[in-house]
Ligand binder design. Structure first.
Ligand code: IMP
Length: 425
């Protein structure tokens, strides 16, 4: 028996969806514990692609229970869209196997309106959010005025809370941001209209996970975004609004930290970032362009082109420490094919010194100079390799160097988007 947490070790988009999908096969319960539909998890099975933003990627395995934990922010309209999309593909999305914690906070239209208005006002200082209302929804939770999924069963409470929230939101939208006021009654009526479709999914997620743990069943904790987008430990303020590190798997669904056994960090063989913020190994040149095109590095949620660069071990070292990684799943290794040489950033020069971990002061990451180690590139097509022995020596050397530099075993190597394009070690 082993419970597994899957987290992104970089800035998100590491390919978590595929690994969650693979490891779901061995799990009884799959739970998302943070973030919302700012995520975009792409899963390809036998050539057929599915992109999920909110519902756990494990849903594609028929016999698994999938939970949206209390730490997630859930847009109820997006939830229903995904339910309908999956149902149309023949996936079983009945409430028997898909559940939302009663304590999950709901993203409502005013959260999205504030997210968009704030970003448009921040000319030159934009975070580059996904515009899904994530930050404003977490703000309301911390401010103790959030609307929780269970409130859908109490119309009067729901009405009161929406009216109360809109007093403040409308003052902000109209007064500060010059936007039209939103109509509380409409938001309430629209929500009440979809409530009968949502309420059958409400559940006590904490007890379900706890019972599975007690019975010795495997639970998979599906992280979203990446370690360096963590609200506390990421490249603040260019971060998301939740804790993306493995420790939040416990609080974000209501289970003891003792339940977390294995912690897999998903690492892309190079680095990408979406939105603003420092990116020391970014390649604003042909290499970056090559990685973007070959790796199809365009956001699954917003379609934005991702910024691309070399693998950064300094960031990974910190991810290893913050998450306590037990192993690494290395993804998109095939994308590096045909690059004449591969650079790995092994340290930073900062204020005249060589440092091994990212500096902590705001903006300091933008002032470091990466120190690179060069490795031989490869020209072979590795996308059909299914065994470690099939990989060329140069590729094996690259993977082994990552292990040496991070001190963590690479247990899985992904050489293409399909389930089958995976090497287990
Ligand atoms: P938010 O989460 O929409 O508030 O966006 C905050 C920052 O996190 C922005 O830079 C986004 O591009 C980034 N971000 C949020 N979700 C993801 C993701 O799933 N992958 C990559 N970046 C993300």
């Amino acid at each position: 028996m082993s419970n597994t947490v899957i987290i992104g070790a970089q800035w998100g988009d590491e390919g978590k969806g595929k690994v969650v999908d693979l490891l779901s096969a061995e799990s009884a319960v799959i739970v998302r514990f943070q973030g919302g539909n700012n995520a975009g998890h792409t899963i390809k099975v036998k050539g057929k692609q599915t992109i999920l933003h909110l519902i756990p990627s494990g849903i594609l395995h028929d016999d698994k229970v999938c939970l949206i934990g209390n730490g997630v922010v859930c847009d109820p309209y997006v939830f229903l869209e995904e339910v309908d999309q999956l149902a149309a593909q023949g996936v079983n999305v009945s409430p028997e196997r898909l559940k939302i914690s009663k304590k999950t906070q709901l993203i409502l239209p005013y959260h999205k309106a504030i997210d968009a208005a704030r970003e448009s006002k921040l000319a030159g200082k934009k975070i580059g959010t996904t515009g899904r209302g994530i930050g404003p929804c977490y703000e309301d939770k911390a401010c103790r005025v959030g609307i929780r999924a269970t409130d859908l069963t109490k119309p009067q409470l729901l009405h009161d809370k929406i009216c109360h929230a809109l007093q403040e939101k409308n003052a902000l939208l109209t007064g500060l941001y010059g936007q039209p006021a939103l109509d509380a009654e409409k938001i309430y009526a629209d929500l009440l209209a979809i409530a009968p479709r949502i309420t059958p999914y409400l559940a006590d997620a904490s007890t379900i996970v706890g019972n599975a743990w007690e019975k010795g069943q495997n639970v998979l904790f599906e992280g979203a975004q990446g370690t360096h987008l963590d609200i506390d430990h990421g490249t603040y303020p260019f971060v998301t609004s939740s804790n993306t590190v493995a420790g939040n798997a416990s609080a974000g669904c209501g289970i003891s930290p003792r339940a977390l056994d294995r912690i897999v960090g998903i690492v892309k063989a190079y680095t990408t970032r979406v939105g603003a913020g420092a990116f020391p190994t970014e390649q604003l040149n042909d290499t970056g362009e090559y990685l973007r095109n070959k790796g199809f590095e365009f956001g699954a949620t917003t379609g934005r082109p991702r910024r691309c660069g070399w693998l950064d071990i300094v960031l990974l070292r910190e991810s290893v420490r913050l998450n306590g990684l037990t192993d690494i799943a290395l993804t998109k290794l095939d994308v590096l094919q045909n690059l004449p040489a591969l650079q790995i950033c092994v340290g930073y020069e900062y204020q005249g010194e060589v440092i091994q971990y990212p500096p902590q002061e705001e903006g300091a990451l933008g002032e470091v100079t990466p120190i690179y180690e060069e490795m031989e590139g490869f020209i072979e097509d590795i996308s059909t390799c299914t065994r470690w022995e099939d990989l060329p020596d140069t590729v094996q050397a690259y993977v082994q160097r990552i292990e040496e530099l991070t001190g963590v075993h690479v247990s899985l190597v992904s050489v293409g988007p399909d389930r089958e394009q995976t090497i287990l070690r």
